[in-house]
Structure formats: structure tokens, C-alpha cells
Design a protein around this ligand. Structure first.
Ligand SMILES: [Cu+2]
Length: 197
């Protein structure tokens, strides 16, 4: 009886460190955006992930340089505070009229860093009152299991707890694509997505 108990305790003790890295799975894939020069800036994310997730304590930054918001698309976890910088010699005025976050930071130059916290999930379209051509998007998500495609359309979502989820896409002009996806511990799930409309 004691021998069996020792055996059990021993195997639990060694099982945890040995398999710690194999408790999660990965999703890799490629998105093709039709009638677009690049397949970049597609946000691929999971929904139905149980639990509550803390926002990143390191504030991501949206910079303004050469009259362009950088990055053009910023996915974040709900509750995240974003820093808004200005690295131009001209003043900008960032605002949003989106349902997920209405705000206006006013007109300011490169000597000021402004902040805004995003507490509601959804798309926040950013614009500048001074330069009509400036546009950018913050995509506020419920959990940290997301990725943004590079120019080649490729993406990776790592450290996903095993389970069944709905995988969705966000793109500034295309409709949301969604599919069911199963993630298994220690395995990589591979998918290909085409955004046509
Ligand atoms: Cu501007």
C-alpha cells in the first residue's frame, strides 16, 4: 500500500517538470487575402477560451511617424492601456467614434505621450482630425490567444491550452471567417484560410 503511494507521489513529482512544456498546443497557418497586395494585418484569434485574462502590463504603443499610425493594426487583450506617441514635427489629433471606444486625445505634438485604456471587446477605428488619410485599428479581444499575420500571411499562436475553440479572423475590409478548431497538448494544428469577401 505505502509502496504504491510512494510510486504515485514520485511519478506525479517527475511528471510535472518533464511534461510542463507539453501541456499546451500550437496553431500555425496562413491567410490569403484576395484582391489585396499583402496578406498582412489579419488578426487571427480564438473565442470560447475559458477563464479570465489579465491585460499586458507593458503598454503597447501606437506611434505616429511620417503621417502614418504604426502599427496599422494592434490586437490587444481587453483592459490593456495603449500609449499614443507622436514622432512627427507636426501635431496630430487621434480620435475614435467606434462603439467599443469613443475618445478624442486632442491635438498634441511630439513632447506628449497620451494613454487610453480599452475595456470593451471589438474593433476601434482610429483617425486623425488633422490628417484625413491617417487610419489605424485596435482590435480588443477577450484572451491572449491571437496573432497578426505578416506580409506572407503566416501566423503562429503558441501556448494554447488543449480544447475546442472557435477560431476567427478580423480584417479591415473582409468579412469575419470562422471555424471550429481542436488544440491538443504537444501538437501543432495547421490551417489555411482564404478571405475572399
Ligand atoms: Cu495626424
Amino acid at each position: 500500500m505505502f509502496k504504491r503511494l510512494y510510486c504515485l507521489i514520485f511519478s506525479v513529482l517527475i511528471a510535472v517538470p518533464v511534461f510542463a512544456g507539453e501541456n499546451t498546443g500550437s496553431i500555425i497557418g496562413e491567410v490569403k487575402v484576395f484582391r489585396a497586395r499583402r496578406s498582412a494585418d489579419v488578426v487571427v484569434y480564438l473565442t470560447d477560451v475559458p477563464g479570465t485574462f489579465k491585460p499586458d502590463q507593458n503598454h503597447p504603443t501606437i506611434d505616429q511617424k511620417d503621417l502614418i499610425f504604426m502599427p496599422h493594426v494592434l490586437p490587444i487583450v481587453v483592459g490593456t492601456t495603449v500609449d499614443f506617441a507622436n514622432n512627427d514635427n507636426v501635431k496630430h489629433n487621434i480620435y475614435s467614434s467606434s462603439k467599443a471606444k469613443k475618445f478624442n486625445l486632442g491635438t498634441y505634438g511630439s513632447d506628449v505621450l497620451k494613454q487610453e485604456t480599452f475595456d470593451t471587446e471589438g474593433e476601434v477605428a482610429l483617425a486623425c482630425n488633422v490628417h484625413a488619410e491617417m487610419s489605424s485599428y485596435i482590435v480588443v479581444l477577450s484572451n491572449p490567444y491571437f496573432a497578426k499575420t505578416g506580409n506572407d500571411g503566416k501566423f503562429t499562436i503558441d501556448n494554447v491550452p488543449p480544447g475546442q475553440y472557435t477560431l476567427k479572423t478580423w480584417h479591415e475590409r473582409k468579412r469575419t471567417y470562422e471555424q471550429k478548431i481542436t488544440v491538443e497538448a504537444g501538437k501543432t494544428t495547421e490551417i489555411k484560410i482564404e478571405l475572399k469577401r
